[in-house]
Write a protein that binds this ligand. Structure first.
Ligand SMILES: [Zn+2]
Length: 429
């Protein structure tokens, strides 16, 4: 699959059921989200509908599940839902929950994968964050250990060991593409042992567990009769869990991960190590074609050549290459070409317009236009001449309703040439 565009979904889908650990009945709704948002959960059952981004910084607990958020707004057991999101390479998504834990369903990732497929995964704009590693490294956490090696795609080689007649030592190696995930990992269910039930329940866990939402094992075999979906369903499920936990990097991971006795605690340590070691490739950027899709300006008044960085909806970096062929050099000034200061600010404003328009992703931006309302603290520090490349960096300071405040600066060869605080508003054409 081409990593060239971010992916979201076209329409809302929902799943509902009981949470494995809390036993609470919860509906999980997948909703389209603006490009660049990332994966964000929203607890719609709580006052203020708190949002919790699916990121490592939000991880609260890793015992027997991965929980994110804090206190009352904690969301338990996000890993199966997130495994489906990661398998389908969805970068932008809002997940509304009516309770504290996405439903466990049949104990596998499959129902989430099916719901997201039904939601119509689709390319949006901007480039996805992709994590690659420059060199091999190892991670260990408790009994879990991992070797990470550079690779072009995500490959999970997993081995587990349990002193149980149905498990013993199992190992498998899986390349993660949407198709391979659907075939080899999605349907593998979580599992537990009857001997652990009392201890886990005493800790307030597995309140919603039953023989219909997990493989339950007693000393001899399957406690509830049933059948395994694969003889090595256990190791397949552990591979799916790793994928779900890695989604908390907020990026698509491209590496070969060799995991021995993985656990949620280990997977999260692995994810943190990956973000530290990784080269963030394919950072969001836009070429002139994409810029012209968003901005209505045309020659001779389109003053942005490239967008080279976008950090969510907070910061943007754009480039303007200034050549002697710019029409304004004919008269400004004959024999002494310098770029008019107000056009430097105009170029800065156009880069800011790209940042502002990112809030309206998914809507028809052709119907919208950015009006600048005020400029403050404008300073021109240095003339810009033919051959200069101006690098504009803008930060969103505040965004309310349709009006925003941004702080911008332009640099040539690392030297500031102009700066301004700007206020702008998005209006319908
Ligand atoms: Zn699991």
């Amino acid at each position: 699959m081409s990593p060239s565009a971010r992916r979201g979904i076209r329409k809302k889908t929902t799943v509902s059921g009981t949470g494995l650990h809390t036993g609470a009945r919860t509906e999980a709704a997948f909703l389209p989200a603006p490009a660049g948002q990332g994966i964000v959960f929203r607890r719609v059952d709580l006052a203020g509908k708190p949002q919790i981004p699916a990121l490592l910084s939000e991880v609260e607990a890793v015992e027997r599940r991965t929980a994110i958020g804090k206190g009352e707004s904690t969301i338990h057991t996000v890993e199966h839902l997130l495994a489906a999101v990661a398998a389908l390479e969805i970068d932008d998504l809002t997940v509304e929950l009516s309770g504290p834990e996405p439903p466990i369903l049949d104990g596998s990732v499959q129902p989430y994968f099916a719901a997201l497929e039904q939601a119509g995964p689709t390319e949006t704009s901007g480039e996805p964050l992709v994590l690659t590693v420059p060199a091999p490294f190892t991670v260990s956490e408790g009994d879990s250990s991992y070797i990470v090696a550079p690779a072009k795609e995500l490959r999970l080689t997993v081995s587990i060991e349990w002193p149980h007649p149905l498990i013993g030592r199992q190992a498998g190696s899986f390349t993660v593409t949407p198709q391979a995930f659907a075939r080899e990992l999605a349907s593998a269910r979580t599992f537990g042992f009857t001997s652990e039930v009392a201890a886990l329940q005493a800790k307030g866990l597995i309140k919603g567990a039953s023989s219909t939402n997990a493989i339950v094992l007693d000393e001899r075999g399957l406690a509830n009769g049933g059948e395994l979906r694969w003889p090595d369903e256990f190791v397949r499920h552990k591979a799916a869990d790793i994928l779900g936990d890695l989604a908390l990097t907020g990026a698509r991971v491209r590496a070969h991960i060799v995991a021995t006795r993985p656990s949620h605690g280990g997977n999260i340590a692995l994810a943190r190590a990956l973000t530290r070691a990784a080269q963030r490739g394919g950072a969001p950027k836009m070429d002139i074609g994409r810029i012209m899709d968003v901005l209505p300006h045309r020659y001779p008044f389109l003053l942005v050549d490239r967008i080279i960085e976008v950090e969510g909806q907070q910061r943007i970096v754009g480039i303007k290459n200034v050549t002697i062929n710019e029409p304004f050099f004919q008269g400004h000034f004959p024999g002494h070409p310098i770029m008019p200061g107000v056009l430097i600010i105009e170029a800065m404003a156009q880069v800011g317009g790209m940042l502002l328009m990112s809030y309206f992703e998914g809507q028809n931006v052709e119907d919208k236009v950015v009006y600048f309302m005020s400029l403050d603290n404008v300073k021109f520090r240095r003339p810009v001449v033919p051959g200069d490349q101006i690098r504009f960096e803008l930060e969103m300071v505040q965004f309310r309703g349709k009006t925003c405040k941004m702080k911008g600066a332009g640099y040539v060869d690392g030297q500031i040439v102009a700066e301004a605080d700007m206020m702008a508003s998005v209006v319908d054409r």
